[in-house]
Design a protein around this ligand. Structure first.
Ligand code: HEM
Length: 745
C-alpha cells in the first residue's frame, strides 16, 4: 500500500511538472518568441501599438472598428466619400498617424510590419527570392478556401504550380468569344427587368455580375462542363462568407477542430466542393483543352498517389475560382457605381464604345482601342482596389530596403494607403479622375510601383490581362445598351470580406434607346441556380453500391461520422494527433480514476501554483527592471455567446419534445426500446464510475469505427450471417432460461 502511495505521489508530481512545462511552452511560443521579434524591430526604430497578452492588438482593432461603426451609424447620410480607409481600417489610420509610415503590430502571435514607404514597397516588388512568400498567418482558418493551391503555397511548390498554370491564361480569340457569350444572359435579364418596370428599374447588380464572372471563369476552366462549375462558385461564395471572420482563438489553440456551427458549415461546404470538382474532373476527357485538364495531366505526370493528386487538383481549382471570380465581379461593380455617379464619364465611354464597335459585339481588336474605358477601370482600381494588402512573409531573415526583417514577420503594403497618397497622385487624389491615366501608368503615378491593384513582383496576379479583357467586355456591353445612375436605395458602405467589396449595391437603369424595356429572368435564373445545386446536394446523380453495407449505409464511414476533422481524428487519419488525444485522455483517466486524485483538489492546486507564479513575477517586476505579467483582456464575443445559447436552447427543446413523445406512449416499440436501453445503461453504469464509463465510450469511439473501416469488406459481407447465428444462439439461451423457470430451477 505504501509503495502504491509513493508511486501515486511521484506520478502526481510528474503531472504537475508536465503541466508547468506545457504552460511554459505555450507562453514561449505565443508570447516570448513574438515579443523577441518585435523588440528586434523596435531596435531598428520600428514602433507600434503595445500588444496585450495573448492576442496582441486584436482587441484594440475590434474596439476601434466598433467605435467607428457607431460613429458612422449616428452620422447623417452625406455625399459619397471614396476614401474608405477610416471606415474599414480605422486602426491603421490611427497607428500610421502615431508611429509613421512603417510600424509593427501583433495579431495573436504573428508580428506584422505595415509599410507604406516607397523604398520598402519597391523592395517587395523587386524581390524574387522564394524566401519571401505568402503569409502562413490565418492559413489554418483559410485552409478550406485555398488549400495548398497556387494562391497560398510557397517555395518550390508554388513555383511549380505557377509554371503549370501561367500558360493557360494566354488569351486567344476563343476566350474573347466566350466572354462575349457570357454577357448575353446578363444583358437579357436586365432588359426584361427594365421592360417589366416600364422602362426604368432599380437593379441590384453585384450578384448578377458575380454570376457573369462565374460563367466566364467556369467556361475557361471547365470547358464543356461549365454549368456544373457554377455550382462550385455558389458553394465557394457561401464558404467564403462562413470563414471570412478570422478566428484567432482557433489559429492559436487548434479549436478549429471543434464542431461549432460555423466549423460544421465550413466542413460541409468544403466536402461538397471537393466532391463536385472531382466529379467534373472525372467527366472531363483528357483531350479537353482547359485549365482543369492541364492540372489533371500534370498531376498524373507527377506520379502522385490518388489522394495526393485529388488534393492537388481540388486546391488549385479552388484557388483559380476564387482569384478569378470575386475580384473581377467586384471591380465591375465599382466601375458601374463610379460611372453611375459621374454621367459625363459614362457618356464618354459610351461614345468611345460606339465609335470602336459601331453596334457590333466587342472583339480582341476593338478592345485594344478602348482607351477611355481602360482609364476608367484603372481609376476604379485605384480608388477601390479589391485586394486591400500586398503582403509577404519572411520565410527566412532578410533585408528589405533598410529593414532587417526577422523570420516569420509579415510585411504588408496597404494598397489603399498607397493609392490615396497625395505625394504620389497629386492634390486631386480623393477624386474620380480617369484622365490621370491618359498617358498610362507612368504619367499617373510616380513611382509606378505604388499602384498595386494586381499585386507586385514574382507573385503578381496571373490573371490581370484576363481580368482587364473580361472587364472591358462586360462594361462596354452594358454601357452600349443601358444608361444608368445610382439608385436612391444605394448605401455606400465598402466592407472587407477577404476583399473590399460594396456592402449593398443598386443601380437605376434604363435602356439607351428610349425603348420600353423587354423581359426579365435574373431572379429566376438565380433561383434555378440555387435549386439545381440543392438538388445535387441531396442526391448525387450516380451512386455505386457494390455490396450491402452495415445498417444499410450508402456513404463512406468518414461521411457517416460527420466528415471533417472530427471524423479524421476518430478514424486516425492523422496518427500523431489521434495518438496524442488518446494518450492524453488515457493519462487523465488514469490520474483521476486509478490514483484517485480528486478533480477539485487538482483544480485548486493548479490554481494555487498559477497564482503563486504570477504573484512572484509581479513582485519581482516591481523590484527589478523585468516587465510585469500582461494579463489578457477577456472579452466574450456576443457571437459566441448567442451561438452557444441558441445551441443549448435548441438541444433542451428537442430533448423535451422527445421526452413527451416517448412518455405519452405514441410509439410503444420506441418506448420499450428506450426503457430497455436505459435499463442496460443503469446496469453498465453500476459496474463503474461515470468517469470510467465515459472513458470506455471514448475508447470504443476511437477503436470501433477505425477497425470497421479497415476490415469493412469482410465485416459487411459476414454481418448478416453473424446476426442470424446470434439470433439462433440468443433464442436457444432464452429457451433454456424459460425451461429452467418451468422446472423451478
Ligand atoms: C480585377 C480583377 C483582379 C484583381 C484586382 C486581382 C488581384 C490580385 C492580387 C492583388 C493578387 C496578389 C498579388 C500579390 O500578392 O502580389 C492576385 C493573385 C492572383 N490572381 Fe488575381 N486579380 C484579379 C483577377 C484575376 C483573374 C481573373 C484570375 C484568373 C482567372 C486571377 C488569378 C490570380 C492568381 C492565380 C493569383 C496568384 C498568383 C501567385 O501567387 O502566383 N486574378 N490577384
Amino acid at each position: 500500500m505504501d509503495t502504491m502511495e509513493a508511486i501515486a505521489n511521484i506520478l502526481l508530481r510528474l503531472c504537475f511538472v508536465g503541466l508547468c512545462i506545457l504552460g511554459l511552452y505555450l507562453y514561449y511560443v505565443v508570447w516570448f518568441v513574438p515579443e523577441r521579434v518585435r523588440k528586434k524591430l523596435l531596435k531598428q526604430g520600428i514602433g507600434g501599438p503595445k500588444p496585450s497578452f495573448p492576442y496582441g492588438s486584436i482587441s484594440e482593432m475590434k474596439r476601434l472598428t466598433i467605435m467607428e461603426k457607431k460613429k458612422r451609424d449616428s452620422e447623417a447620410i452625406g455625399a459619397i466619400k471614396h476614401d474608405y480607409r477610416s471606415a474599414v481600417f480605422p486602426y491603421y489610420e490611427k497607428w500610421r498617424k502615431e508611429y509613421g509610415a512603417v510600424f509593427a503590430y501583433k495579431m495573436g502571435r504573428v508580428v506584422m510590419v505595415h509599410v507604406s514607404e516607397a523604398e520598402v514597397v519597391r523592395e517587395i516588388c523587386l524581390c524574387v527570392s522564394l524566401e519571401l512568400g505568402k503569409g502562413t498567418y490565418l492559413k489554418k482558418t483559410h485552409e478550406p478556401l485555398f488549400g495548398q493551391g497556387i494562391l497560398k503555397s510557397n517555395g518550390l511548390a508554388w513555383a511549380h504550380q505557377r509554371k503549370l498554370i501561367a500558360p493557360q491564361f494566354f488569351l486567344d480569340k476563343g476566350m474573347v468569344d466566350l466572354m462575349v457569350d457570357s454577357t448575353i444572359p446578363l444583358l437579357k435579364s436586365w432588359e426584361i427587368k427594365i421592360e417589366q418596370n416600364g422602362g426604368i428599374a432599380d437593379i441590384k447588380i453585384d450578384d448578377d455580375l458575380r454570376a457573369y464572372s462565374a460563367d466566364v471563369i467556369s467556361r475557361a476552366c471547365f470547358g464543356s462542363n461549365y454549368v456544373q462549375g457554377k455550382d462550385i462558385f455558389l458553394k465557394l461564395r457561401a464558404l467564403q462568407k462562413v470563414i471570412s471572420k478570422p478566428n484567432m482563438l482557433a489559429e492559436i489553440t487548434g479549436l478549429r477542430y471543434l464542431p461549432t456551427k460555423r466549423n460544421r458549415e465550413a466542413w460541409r461546404l468544403n466536402r461538397e466542393i471537393h466532391a463536385l470538382i472531382l466529379k467534373i474532373m472525372k467527366q472531363n476527357g483528357a483531350e479537353e483543352k482547359n485549365l482543369l485538364s492541364a492540372i489533371l495531366r500534370n498531376a498524373s505526370m507527377e506520379h502522385m498517389g490518388p489522394k495526393e493528386a485529388d488534393k492537388f487538383i481540388v486546391d488549385n481549382c479552388k484557388s483559380i475560382f476564387f482569384a478569378g471570380h470575386e475580384s473581377t465581379a467586384v471591380t465591375a461593380s465599382w466601375c458601374l457605381m463610379l460611372l453611375g455617379m459621374y454621367p459625363e464619364w459614362q457618356e464618354r465611354v459610351r461614345a468611345e464604345v460606339h465609335d470602336v464597335c459601331g453596334g457590333e459585339p466587342s472583339d480582341a481588336k476593338s478592345l485594344q482601342k478602348m482607351k477611355i474605358l481602360t482609364m476608367v477601370i484603372q481609376e476604379a482600381l485605384r480608388l477601390y482596389p479589391p485586394g486591400a494588402f500586398v503582403s509577404r512573409e519572411a520565410l527566412q531573415e532578410m533585408k528589405l530596403g533598410s529593414i532587417i526583417v526577422p523570420k516569420g514577420v509579415n510585411v504588408c503594403a496597404p494598397v489603399s494607403t498607397l493609392h490615396y497618397d497625395p505625394n504620389i497622385w497629386g492634390k486631386d487624389v480623393h477624386e474620380f479622375n480617369p484622365e490621370r491615366f491618359a498617358n498610362g501608368l507612368i504619367g499617373a503615378c510616380r513611382p509606378p510601383h505604388m499602384y498595386l491593384p494586381f499585386g507586385a513582383g514574382a507573385r503578381t496576379c496571373l490573371g490581370q490581362n484576363f481580368a482587364m479583357v473580361e472587364l472591358k467586355i462586360v462594361l462596354s456591353s452594358i454601357i452600349s445598351k443601358f444608361t444608368f445612375s445610382l439608385s436612391t436605395k444605394y448605401r455606400h458602405s465598402p466592407t472587407l470580406r477577404l476583399i473590399v467589396e460594396p456592402e449593398d449595391y443598386q443601380e437605376k437603369m434604363s435602356e439607351n434607346e428610349e425603348r420600353t424595356a423587354i423581359m426579365d429572368n435574373i431572379t429566376e435564373k438565380i433561383h434555378e441556380f440555387t435549386s439545381s445545386s440543392d438538388s445535387d446536394n441531396e442526391m448525387p446523380s450516380t451512386v455505386f453500391i457494390t455490396q450491402k453495407s452495415l445498417f444499410g449505409r450508402t456513404e463512406p464511414v468518414h461521411v457517416v461520422l460527420g466528415g471533417g476533422k472530427a471524423a479524421d481524428i476518430v478514424l486516425w487519419r492523422n496518427k500523431k494527433l489521434s495518438g496524442a488525444i488518446f494518450v492524453g485522455v488515457t493519462m487523465t483517466w488514469y490520474l483521476f480514476e486509478w490514483i484517485g486524485y480528486p478533480l477539485i483538489t487538482f483544480l485548486c492546486q493548479f490554481l494555487m501554483l498559477l497564482l503563486a507564479v504570477f504573484f512572484v513575477w509581479s513582485k519581482a517586476a516591481s523590484l527589478t527592471k523585468m516587465s510585469p505579467p500582461n494579463f489578457p483582456e477577456v472579452l466574450l464575443s456576443e457571437d459566441i455567446y448567442s451561438q452557444v445559447t441558441q445551441y443549448v436552447r435548441h438541444e433542451i427543446n428537442e430533448a423535451f419534445v422527445t421526452f413527451c413523445y416517448i412518455a405519452t406512449g405514441k410509439d410503444v416499440l420506441v418506448f420499450l426500446k428506450v426503457i430497455a436501453g436505459l435499463w442496460l445503461l443503469s446496469v453498465v453504469g453500476s459496474w463503474s464510475s461515470l468517469l470510467t464509463f465515459s472513458y470506455i465510450v471514448f475508447v470504443l469511439a476511437f477503436t470501433v469505427p477505425v477497425i470497421y473501416e479497415t476490415y469493412q469488406d469482410p465485416i459487411d459481407s459476414n454481418w448478416d450471417k453473424f446476426m442470424d447465428w446470434n439470433r439462433i444462439s440468443v433464442a436457444i439461451k432464452l429457451l433454456k432460461i424459460i425451461r429452467g423457470h418451468l422446472k423451478g430451477e
